[in-house]
Design a protein. Structure first.
Length: 357
């Protein structure tokens, strides 16, 4: 059925968010320098499109802007290992359920049995497979869990997205991922994916923005594996979105309210910051600025706090592209995506970005 024949309005029809992307435009590696990626500049008021380098963001932001960044830190959580039989496995740690026990997504795990000892990272890390969970993930209990974080930092790999091919990666490649698949301001460990809009920033860029008098507010949202989950229902309103943990310190909350009182233009660095801000905007000021958010943003949507957005180019059929469409307009966004393809912009996590003002 074509979009024209569908009983659903285009904004709610999943097929409205599809585009053909040449595989050569899926960025497999970051740009040579963080701030030398490309940046498409878009206006909410017009259909105009400008092309910039990211470091020009210092001049592109309005004088009354305030920047909101996500300081979550990606945990090296991808573990290569073997079963007791010698069969190869790979585990991605998702969430610590209690001390030493982690929910993990395990590849090639069909024959694993409860109680089996799994060896990871050349036997530097061991875990017992406690039970297979309802969704197919495993609950793993790690030996010497007091030292697990240090061992993950030393031996585990960055949990890069599945569309980045590292099947023939060298130690140099893995080392680059550990450094570049992390924002320069990452502090709070807990994410299994990077807030990729922030990957373009350098300390120098942030310092230049502060010299301009642009406040920088830090929030934390630990990006979960659900960020990569595609939407399967044709009516996007029926999708069950994932939840993610967020928090904001009292000092940053005070700064946020001061910025709002001053009527500054809040610029969210990434969809993760949008989720935090729009969740906080719906909460009472006296409530605790932390918790789990399952806010689902798709067209049409009335944004309460966010007035600008820096974001990468996202996967079709994803909740992320819906959020950006809600902010900028679906038709304008899909046109911008086609222009980006024609102009050879690089897509997804290690790719280029757009700034919508």
């Amino acid at each position: 059925m074509s979009l024209a024949d569908s009983p659903l309005p285009p904004d709610w029809n999943l097929d409205s968010y599809f585009f053909e992307l040449p595989s050569c435009l899926v960025a497999q590696n970051p740009s040579t320098k963080r701030d030398h990626s490309r940046m498409m500049l878009l206006s909410q008021q017009t259909t105009g499109i400008e092309h910039h380098s990211f470091y020009e963001i210092v001049d592109c932001l309005p004088d009354n802007a305030a920047l909101v960044i996500n300081n979550t830190k990606v945990l090296p959580s991808r573990l290569l290992g073997v079963r007791q039989t010698g069969g190869k496995i790979e585990a991605l740690l998702l969430q610590e359920k209690k001390s030493g026990q982690w929910e993990a997504r395990v590849k090639r795990a069909k024959r694993i049995k409860a109680g089996e000892v799994l060896s990871f990272c050349n036997d530097s890390i061991r875990a017992v497979a406690l039970e297979r969970l309802k969704d197919g993930n495993w609950l793993l209990e790690f030996e010497n869990h007091e030292t697990l974080m240090g061992k993950l930092e030393q031996f585990a790999l960055a949990p890069i997205p599945p569309y980045i091919d590292r099947s023939a990666a060298s130690e140099v490649d893995h080392g680059q991922d550990r450094e570049r698949y992390q924002t320069c301001y990452a502090q709070q460990a807990g994410a299994v994916a990077a807030p990729t809009a922030g990957l373009h920033f350098t300390v120098n860029i942030l310092e230049q923005l502060q010299k301009r008098g642009i406040p920088i507010i830090e929030v934390t949202l630990h990006v979960g594996i659900g960020t990569f989950a595609p939407i399967h229902c044709n009516d996007i309103r029926h999708h069950q979105i994932h939840s993610e943990y967020y928090k904001i310190s009292p000092s940053n909350m005070d700064l946020l309210h001061q910025v709002l009182d001053d009527k500054r233009q809040l610029i969210a660095v990434g969809t993760t910051c949008v989720r935090v801000l729009e969740t906080l905007a719906r909460a009472d000021r006296s409530t605790s600025p932390s918790g789990w958010t399952n806010i689902y943003i798709y067209p049409p949507y009335q944004f309460r706090w966010v007035r600008g957005l820096l974001t990468n180019f996202h996967l079709p059929y994803s909740t992320l592209i819906l959020l950006v469409a809600a902010f900028y307009g679906r038709e304008k966004l899909m046109h911008a995506y086609q222009v980006a393809i024609e102009q050879q912009y690089r897509y997804y996590s290690y790719g280029d970005c757009m700034l919508i003002l």
